[in-house]
Structures are given as C-alpha cells and as structure tokens.
Ligand binder design. Structure first.
Ligand SMILES: [Zn+2]
Ligand SMILES: [Zn+2]
Length: 346
C-alpha cells in the first residue's frame, strides 16, 4: 500500500498517491467497448484513402502514411488577424498556427498497436519531418504531436491517426518541463530527464521494457494508473535528431508498449499520447529530453479516472494506484497482440 505525496520533477508539482483507495466501491458510470472487427475501408470515413472530406478536398489514394491540413483547425494561418482589443487587463491575439492530421495507415481497421515495426518506423520518420518543417518557421514556437485514442477520450473516428498543433506559443506543460530542465542543468550540470532515467533504473520496479536505445517506464510520479513514458536513452531535444538505429529501436519499444496496453484487458486501450519535444522558438533547449507520454483515462476495464476536485479544482493529481504495482502488471503481459491481426513482419 502506498499513501504519500510524490514530487513530479518535470511538471514541478506534487502528486497524491492514495493507493489504499483503489478498491473503494463504485456505483458510477462505466464505459462500453466494442471489440467488433471493423472493415478495412469505409466509404464515409473522412480519413480513408480516396474519400472526400468535408472541405471538399479528396484524400490521396495513399498506401502508407498521409498528412493533410486539418479541415477544422483550432489554430490556423487564416485565423482572424484584426481582433478587437478586450477591456482592462484582458489580452488576446490571433490564433495563428498550423493544424494537421497524420493518418498512420490506409487500413481503417487497424490501430497503432497492430502496425508492423517497419510501419511505425515510417510514421516516426513522418513525425521527424513534420517537426523539422513546421518547427523551422518563424511564426511557429512549438510543434505538439499527439494521438487521442478511443471514445473514452472523445474520439469518434477509429481510423488510426494523430494530430499536429504547430502554434505561435509553447504549450504549458512543455514550457514547465523546459524550464525545470534548464534550471536543473544550471544548478547541477546534468540533464533532468537523465537523472529521472537513472533513478528509475536504480529502483527498477517501474521499468516496463527496454532495448539497446530506448526505455519504457511507469514513472515514480505517475498521475494516471497506467501512465507510461517512452524515451530514447540518449538525450535528444526532439525526435528529429534520432539516428536510424535509434528510430528503429524506438518504434519497436513503442509497439511493445502498445501491445501490452491492448493485452491488459484484451480490448483496444484508450489513451492520450503526446510527444514532448523542445520548443522551436529559437531558445537553447540542449537540456530537453524528447519522450512520449501515455495518459490513459481508464484505471480499470471500463472504469474512467474522473478528473474532479483535486485535478480540475486544484490542479494536482490524486492517484488511486501504486505505480510499482501497475508497472509490474504491464511488464508481465505478453508481447504478442491478442488479436493477431497483423503478422509480425519485423
Ligand atoms: Zn477510415
Ligand atoms: Zn513530458
């Protein structure tokens, strides 16, 4: 049983771990999941190859990945430029940026977990290109790449895809992580994330899996029951500088983690998956260590972790589970996907 507060060094905030609450009675809403097989192509899916989108644009007849500008962008180059000044202390500015969608595969029925390592590697290369291309623009300060997966996080179209928000500001969490890393480097001469990795390896109980160049772990300071970080062992401010070998290892480990997630309850595992990469605003981010974070909303099958008083009301997380137990659970799961829909063509 764990009942304590743990410091999150990247976000610079406390997490309350109250694992003794894990099995408290629950009479609230549960979530249904459909495990029904899906068709490989849907005529009315706006992400399937060759289909017409709401903007009137037609998707390429793509055969691997496909990138296009979001038809409903939250930030855009054509966002209104002349805004009326708000009164008093309030501030506003144009919602400038570029929003894109990246389809992982032409196959509507697959999830990232079901792609071959080579296909995931190809996707990582697309992420590298997008970060480089968007990040070098003067009007873009940060490139946020993320996947929302599952109805539990509000995704209605299961076609495997992620989104990119390239913005004229740096997202808050990244700003905090960058600042924390910079201060740590100034004070100790070391990379903060490397110190996290070293501490995780010394302890060992929360390491999920690793290979030559990549490690996956459920951090000591995890806020969600099945929160997992995947990171290259060497420090890279973004995915853009990973070598071919590092990229291959990263793809293999990402796939391994995703398969474990799906195998956990033998159902598609919902998550929010952001890439945490250095801002592209021209600052010095040598101390920033690229990583992927998984924020899965479920803590038991069909049971959502609700964000309520502590999280939404106060801004700090209350975790009902012990990271050590959840990491052990994931570590022991098989590395072959329960559906076996894609042959392991590694
Ligand atoms: Zn589709
Ligand atoms: Zn992070």
């Amino acid at each position: 049983m764990v009942w304590e507060e743990r410091w999150h060094p990247l976000r610079e905030e406390w997490v309350i771990v109250a694992a003794h609450r894990q099995n408290r009675p629950w009479s609230g809403e549960t979530l249904e999941h459909d495990n029904e097989p899906r068709p490989e192509y849907l005529p009315d899916c706006y992400l399937c190859p060759g289909n017409l989108r709401v903007s009137g644009q037609r998707n390429d007849d793509y055969s691997s990945t496909f990138v296009f500008d979001n038809d409903h962008p939250s930030v855009g180059l054509d966002a209104p430029q002349s805004l009326s000044r708000p009164p008093g202390i309030f501030q506003n500015r144009p919602a400038r940026g570029i929003a894109r969608v990246v389809c992982y595969s032409p196959n509507h029925s697959l999830a990232l977990a079901e792609l071959a390592v080579s296909e995931i590697e190809e996707l990582l290369r697309v992420w590298q290109e997008q970060y480089r291309e968007l990040g070098k623009r003067d009007d873009i300060e940060h490139v946020l790449i993320f996947e929302n997966k599952g109805e539990a996080v509000g995704v209605s179209n299961p076609h495997p895809h992620c989104q990119i928000y390239a913005t004229n500001f740096v997202f808050k969490t990244i700003e905090t992580e960058a600042r924390a890393g910079e201060r740590h480097r100034r004070e100790t001469g070391r990379i903060l994330f490397q110190d996290v990795l070293r501490s995780e390896r010394e302890d060992g109980r929360r390491i999920i899996c690793e290979n030559d160049n990549t490690v996956a772990f459920l951090p000591y300071f995890a806020r969600y029951a099945y929160e997992v970080f995947i990171a290259p062992k060497a420090t890279h401010p973004s995915i853009a500088t990973l070598s071919t070998v590092e990229l291959r290892d990263f793809a293999a480990l990402l796939r391994q983690v995703l398969i474990k997630f799906d195998n956990l309850w033998r159902m598609p595992f919902p998550y929010v998956m952001p890439l945490h990469q250095a801002p592209t605003d021209g600052g010095d981010y040598g101390g920033f260590h690229f990583h992927i974070e998984f924020h899965p909303p479920l803590r038991r099958p069909n049971l959502l972790k609700y964000l309520a008083g502590p999280e939404i009301g106060g801004g700090n997380f209350l975790s009902d589970t012990a990271p050590e137990e959840k990491a052990a659970e994931l570590r022991e799961l098989p590395d072959t996907h329960y559906k076996h829909t894609v042959q392991d063509k590694q």
